[in-house]
Design a protein around this ligand. Structure first.
Ligand code: ADP
Ligand code: MG
Length: 717
């Protein structure tokens, strides 16, 4: 019988009803599903040692049965360790853990077969493993009777042993043979030296002994590259199609030259950096074009994104459009509003502010003015998204610190044709004309990654800080040196500069034993009666926050005790000291953002990271990174390395499919190529009409399922 990819697994040799049922539980229904059930790791049986031949050294691997296991106490201090004693019939060896998670106790049992790998060392003239990697083996694969070689290990499926699943897969490979349809066009494959799908699958499920184990385990073989490329390629193909759709949308052709834009630039208290100019130029080209702009501006904290967005706003306003600028916190919206007041007054333009705490009557009046088109420049928070906010002619939208908006903001971008962005309806958006959108973020990630994660956005990068910025000296300080910190604090304020002290929580929590901002502000006021100390946290009303920020900006307050409400955007160039309490509790991105509140002027700044309790290994690494560098791109890289891509990027939120194999960070170079190829293919054949592209629609259709129609691929497939 010949099989097709959609042939059910039960037709395979060795798959009875029972196994078919168990596979079905893992959503493995067809031969195709089975072939894409990929090994998560490979085991090297080429170098398996038996205990009587084991020599001390790195990368030793044994397969053995557990004789005893459990916690043990050693030394005079009766330190608790975890010990496993194993035998493989040729000898006995023990493995020890000086730190171990609690689940170890229930995880390992007598008579269990395990694969152990790590460094074999000698202690008391016996060989032992310290903190080795352990793999629990199924009863049916130990002791090993198979021929030596590289053995793939599959994610466990209840009731199906490794050996069984391997056997089934080999049968599937054999049966499917040449029938594995290659959806990638041959020319594309040739050009990028990609293996045919069939060969790639063979390499992955049944690797030859000549392959590097490391390459297999790191997904770096040619077989892996082929599958990873394919996964990326179809995502990018979808994006390219989507992008084509956007290019057809109707936008506004703004005229860039004009009085407002010119005088805004000439009235600036500084000259733009080359990077700011470059990005502004990219933006204005988009604004001139008849299609709507969808652009992301990435720039490290303090790189001066705000002023760039204001200049772009001036372009829209001089063309008679209304502009909305949205920020994630009231504090930031308020600050932008104040900055705009400052930068725009000389050119007689009055901005407005709308947040959740705008008083009711004021809000009613404002809403009316917005709907009449009397408000050219509106700042606000999520409050701008509310139903009642209607513009007369909204032409340009800025979303600052977009990473803080998450899913909602993305939905907003995707549905910008209608709600939830205030639909300007008949009056505001004649003939379905869409406004230009600019989103800004200080969370830097590589360009292709950004373009993929943010789908249909073009990306600009401000990769330079304004001249004259001093590096921020960053130090980790232990609790016992608190007095030294206070000394620095007093000196800073005596020089007429200002400082922040940041706390993780607003109110004392007995459990966490954190110093609460409110309490600390009180204590500091007692201790330093001569210093004007302000307090800022999320529980204050909008008016109260506003008052505190104004006082800080006007230097009526010299020291601001705050929670993380000041994390994003706050811009006080005279602030030169940042003390972060319990710094070990903050993530890297957050620490970087917080530190970004200082070093914004020409004076030297200091960031002191206070650490209270115990630090985890990870916490230690984070703080070391902060001491070492100030570069947001480097910090993002380290963050990626420490946290792993899943948590860092939150792909689940980004609307990307769960890749089988591809890893957005590890495989970035492959993503770059796949994107380029996909976009150039759609350029040449936008409707996928060429015969050699027929199969691509099929590949896209699978993806449409993954994305649940997010990219509206149905229309092309
Ligand atoms: P971010 O990119 O973090 O949002 P901001 O837009 O808040 O940065 O700018 C940081 C500070 O740098 C602000 O005080 C701003 O006025 C100032 N600034 C922006 N551009 C320049 C420039 N070209 N030269 C000097 N200072 C600048
Ligand atoms: Mg900003």
């Amino acid at each position: 019988m010949t099989a097709r990819l959609d042939t059910e697994v039960r037709y395979l040799k060795g798959v009875g009803p029972q196994i078919a049922e168990r596979l079905a539980k893992k959503s493995i229904l067809t031969i195709g599903d089975l072939l894409f059930h990929l090994p998560y790791r490979y085991l090297d049986r080429r170098q398996l040692s038996s205990m009587n031949q084991l020599t001390p050294g790195k990368d030793r691997t044994i397969v053995a049965e557990i004789i005893t296991c459990g916690p043990a106490f050693i030394g005079r201090q009766r330190k608790k360790i975890f010990e496993i004693v194993l035998s493989d019939g040729t000898g006995r060896i023990s493995a020890k853990w000086f730190h171990f998670p609690h689940y170890f106790i229930s995880q390992y049992h007598k008579k269990m077969w395990v694969l152990l790998s790590g460094e074999a060392s000698v202690y008391n003239r016996e060989i032992q493993f310290i903190h080795p990697e352990v793999q629990i083996l199924d009863a049916d694969e130990a002791p090993f009777t198979e021929a030596p070689g590289i053995i793939p290990l599959y994610p466990l499926t209840e009731g199906i042993g490794q050996r069984t699943i391997r056997r089934i897969l080999l049968a599937a490979l054999e049966m499917s043979g040449d029938l594995v349809i290659d959806t990638l066009p041959e020319s594309l494959r040739k050009k990028n030296r990609l293996l045919p799908l069939n060969e790639a699958l063979h390499q992955i499920h049944n690797p030859e002994a000549s392959l590097e184990l490391q390459a297999l385990n790191d997904c770096k073989t040619e077989g892996h590259r082929r599958l990873i490329f394919e996964e990326f390629f179809f995502v990018e193909l979808g994006l390219a199609l989507k992008r084509r759709g956007i290019k057809k949308e109707k936008g506004i052709s703004f005229k860039v030259e004009g009085k407002l834009f010119d005088s805004f630039l000439s009235n600036l208290p500084f000259t733009l950096t080359a990077a700011q100019k470059k990005v502004l130029c990219e933006i204005s080209k988009d604004m001139e074009a008849p299609q709507p702009m969808n652009r992301l501006v990435q720039g490290d904290v303090g790189s001066g994104k705000t002023v760039v967005s204001f200049a772009a706003a001036a372009i829209a306003i001089q063309n008679g459009a209304q502009v909305a600028i949205m920020a994630p916190t009231e504090l930031l919206a308020e600050q932008h509003y104040l900055t705009a007041e400052r930068l725009f007054t000389s050119i007689k333009l009055e901005p407005a502010l709308l947040t959740g705490s705008t008083p009711k009557d004021e809000r009613a009046v404002l809403l009316k003015r917005i709907s009449r088109g009397d408000v050219p420049l509106l700042f606000g928070t999520h409050a701008l998204l509310e139903e009642e906010v209607r513009f007369q002619k909204l032409g340009f939208i800025v979303i600052d610190e977009q990473h803080r908006f998450g899913v909602m903001q993305r939905a907003l971008l995707k549905n910008k044709g209608g709600s939830p962005w205030p639909p300007c309806g008949q009056q505001g958006r004649p003939n379905g004309v869409l406004p230009d959108i600019l989103v800004m973020t200080a969370t830097p990630i590589p360009r292709t990654l950004a373009m993929t994660l943010y789908g249909d956005l073009d990306v600009s990068i401000i990769d330079e800080l304004p001249a004259g910025r001093q590096p921020i000296e960053t130090r980790v300080v232990a609790e016992r040196d608190r007095e030294k910190v206070y000394l620095v604090l007093e000196k800073t304020i005596a020089r007429g500069e200002q400082g922040f002290i940041v706390y993780p929580l607003v109110e004392e929590s007995e459990k966490l034993d954190l110093k609460d901002a409110t309490q600390m502000a009180e204590r500091l006021r007692e201790r330093f009666p001569e210093i004007a100390i302000g307090l800022l946290h999320g529980r204050l009303s909008g008016d109260e926050k506003e008052a505190v920020m104004r006082d800080f900006k006007n230097k009526k307050i010299s020291l601001l005790v705050a929670t993380t409400v000041i994390e994003v955007g706050i811009d006080i160039p005279n602030a030169t000291l940042m003390v972060i309490e319990h710094a070990e509790r903050f993530g890297l991105a957050q620490l970087h953002q917080l530190r970004g509140r200082i070093g914004r002027g020409e004076k030297a700044s200091r960031c002191l990271l206070m650490v209270g309790g115990a630090r985890s290994e990870e916490g230690r690494r984070r703080l070391a990174v902060m001491e070492k560098t100030q570069d947001g791109f480097k910090i993002a890289e380290e963050d990626l390395a420490i946290r792993g891509p899943g948590e860092f990027l939150g792909t689940r939120q980004s609307g990307l499919p769960d890749f089988h194999l591809a890893n957005l960070v590890r495989d970035l170079p492959i993503l770059n190529v796949a994107r380029e190829e996909a976009f150039s293919l759609i350029d040449k054949d936008p409707e996928l009409r060429l015969p050699e592209h027929k199969l691509l629609k099929k590949g896209l259709a699978t993806l449409a399922g993954w994305w649940q129609g997010k990219l509206e691929l149905a229309s092309v497939a």
